[in-house]
Design a protein around this ligand. Structure first.
Ligand code: ADP
Length: 361
């Protein structure tokens, strides 16, 4: 009874960043009532929201006004991620709220590095994250996460299912687990596509806020397979500021658009090199990411500098966001994670108004 009344109150209070009530967002995470003391756990888009005391007072005040027998209310906030509401996705990946392809037009722009660090940054925000390494030309993510083991196989109801390997709170499946690194390049068309499908249908992912797909560069079969198997929440496209990289990133954007996968934003990697005297050297040119984002009217989620630590961390199996979470480059990744959360949540409540977020870079 009381729970229903709490629901009623919260269905009239709006989560401030999305301007939609907590109940429709699915952001009531838990309730405990001891005597006349209530504790509620609520989701929120920004775990560093500027006015938690004000919001807590507002919620506590309304509850005590509507349900007088409650005399004390404690409100606890945690990250809230809105589910991408889609029947086809629920059928293939129940428990996974959002699926996002990390793409690039060409190789070597740092797509896998960005995928891994973005996944890590999201776990620091409190999100549950999975990653599918579908880069058939170079499945490098097990190395970047320092993973030596292979997924375990479970037999449930006569069917074999794989358990993803978990590292730093990220669940991973990789084409690299299935083949020796040297032979990965022979994985083409149908074989790669069927491996990708297997990763969706024959893996026990459990509950995830985000499942990322690190795609091979370019615009080939595997991108099509993915977009045809599940309706993705969206893509993020990684580029460097260099013109030749932008040209390919444009193709990536257009390809996803054609198969109705919205681009959640571009990420510019290798934006500049921070010199020891603090000045920035724009090795690959300046402003390319901004230019391409403006051109298509989508977000620039962030700009990441070239930093030796990024490369070293990748090579030693501990992403920089984990090894040095407060370094300049890690803070950039963490801001991108926040921008992505906001964009995904907004898109999931208003599919037609996915753009126009206030970005901090
Ligand atoms: P892709 O997936 O696009 O082929 P990778 O993520 O494998 O690219 O990155 C290519 C190389 O560039 C790797 O050696 C990686 O460590 C390095 N790298 C990527 N981004 C950065 C960065 N911001 N600073 C320094 N090195 C980087």
């Amino acid at each position: 009874m009381t729970e229903q009344r709490i629901n009623d109150v919260l269905s009239n209070i709006k989560e401030p960043l999305l301007n939609k009530d907590f109940i429709s967002l699915g952001f009531l995470k838990g309730v405990t009532l001891k005597g006349n003391k209530l504790k509620i756990y609520l989701g929120i888009t920004d775990t560093e929201y500027k006015d938690f005391p004000g919001l807590k007072n507002l919620i506590a005040g309304k509850i005590m006004e509507e349900i007088p027998e409650i005399e004390k209310v404690e409100v606890d906030f945690m990250l809230g991620i809105v589910n991408h509401d889609n029947k086809q996705k629920e059928a293939v990946l129940p428990g996974v709220k959002n699926t996002i392809a990390v793409a690039s037009g060409k190789g070597g722009v740092g797509k896998s590095t960005v995928a891994v660090n973005l996944a890590a940054a999201l776990t620091l925000e409190g999100a549950k994250v999975g990653l599918i390494d579908a880069d058939i030309y170079g499945p490098s993510i097990p190395l970047m996460l320092g993973i030596n083991e292979r997924p375990r196989v479970l037999n449930s109801n006569g069917k074999n299912k794989m358990l993803p390997v978990e590292q730093y709170g990220i669940k991973l499946m990789s084409i690299g687990f299935l083949v020796e690194e040297k032979t990965a390049v022979v994985w083409r068309g149908p074989m790669a596509s069927s491996a990708l499908k297997q990763f969706m249908t024959e893996v026990v992912w459990g509950d995830l806020d985000f499942l990322f797909f690190d795609m091979p560069p370019g615009t080939g079969d595997i991108q099509l397979t993915l977009s045809q198997t599940i309706p993705l929440t969206g893509s993020v496209v990684v580029t460097t500021p260099q013109e030749i990289s932008l040209a390919d990133a444009r193709k990536g954007h257009v390809m996803f658009e054609k198969v109705n996968v919205p681009n959640l934003g571009f990420i510019e990697n290798m934006s500049y090199y921070l010199q020891s005297d603090g000045t920035r050297e724009y090795i690959f040119g300046q402003g390319g990411g901004k230019k391409i984002s403006d051109e298509f009217g989508v977000n620039l989620l962030g700009e990441i500098p070239i930093d030796t630590e990024v490369r070293i961390s990748g090579d030693t199996g501990k992403p920089v966001v984990i090894s040095k979470p407060d370094s300049e480059v890690s803070l950039k990744f963490r801001q991108i994670a926040k921008n992505l959360i906001l964009e995904v949540n907004r898109k999931n409540i208003e599919p037609s108004k996915s753009h126009g977020l206030e970005i901090i870079i």
